[in-house]
Design a protein around this ligand. Structure first.
Ligand code: AP5
Ligand code: MG
Length: 216
């Protein structure tokens, strides 16, 4: 099974991914998380990528395609995967098709989470992420039991550098111009499904599971 989660920044891709990977036993491939982890490890790749990420710009297609290729072909079992935030340009979508062809595989479902801009801004402002395990919270919609502390591992919660208003605006513009056209790229393949992301976590999850079940 290969599921692709699409949607604007803050749509809830990461939140839904955390449950979907358990439900379907999927390897989670989030290019954003891979870049952030690499940065935290002090690697050149992560430091270079963060120069773009912190201002809300995209990392180059070549660098991004290469980390996904490595993950798919060199890192153990990737028969069942959940792609979160990749591809993000038509060039990346073409590169992914090429990789899947080589694996004799194809996408089971392209899940597009639809959320209005107003809701996105509210979600970004309140998002907090665990420094240690990456668990995502929201100060209003999903607060941790103890402020600033991860419920799961006790790690410190922080606000992502790219969640400041100027970066968020740039990310939304880039989503419109570079990422949204991918929806057309996948139209006509019979795998694209739009999900209303402006519902409770539970309702969004239920709709995704239902859609994936129908496409599997
Ligand atoms: P990435 O980390 O992928 O960021 P993104 O796509 O902008 O999406 P987010 O992670 O911000 O949002 P999300 O949809 O995961 O929402 P979440 O579940 O956290 O990428 C970061 C950067 O890396 C990019 O900007 C780019 O620079 C670079 N990059 C990554 N991939 C790349 C690629 N392929 N090519 C080039 N560059 C790349 O939810 C958000 C908040 O809302 C949370 O607080 C959550 O608790 C809350 N929330 C979620 N769902 C609900 C709900 N149903 N109700 C109430 N609150 C909710
Ligand atoms: Mg995310």
């Amino acid at each position: 099974m290969k599921i692709l989660l699409m949607g604007p920044p803050g749509a809830g891709k990461g939140s839904q991914a955390q449950r979907l990977i358990d439900e379907y036993d999927l390897a989670h491939i989030s290019t954003g998380e891979m870049f952030r982890e690499s940065y935290q490890r002090g690697e050149t790749l992560g430091i270079e990528a963060m120069r773009y990420i912190k201002n809300g710009n995209l990392v180059s297609d070549d660098i991004t395609n290469e980390i996904v290729r490595k993950r798919l072909f060199e890192d153990g079992d990737t028969k069942n995967v959940l792609l979160d935030g990749y591809p993000r340009t038509v060039k990346q979508a073409q590169a992914l098709d090429h990789m899947l062809d080589k694996m004799n595989s194809k996408l089971t479902a392209v899940v597009n989470i639809v959320v209005d801009e107003e809701v996105i801004l509210e979600r970004m402002v309140g998002r907090r992420v665990c420094k240690d395990c990456g668990q995502t919270y929201h100060t209003t919609f999903k607060p941790p039991k103890v402020e600033g502390v991860c419920d799961i591992c006790g790690g410190e919660l922080y606000q992502r550098q790219d969640d400041k208003p100027e970066s968020v605006r740039n990310r939304l513009n880039i989503y419109e111009s570079k990422t949204k056209p991918i929806i057309d790229y996948y139209k006509g393949r019979g795998v694209l499904v739009n999900i209303n992301g402006m519902q409770s976590f539970e309702a969004v999850y239920r709709d995704i599971v239902k859609a994936v079940g129908e496409l599997s």
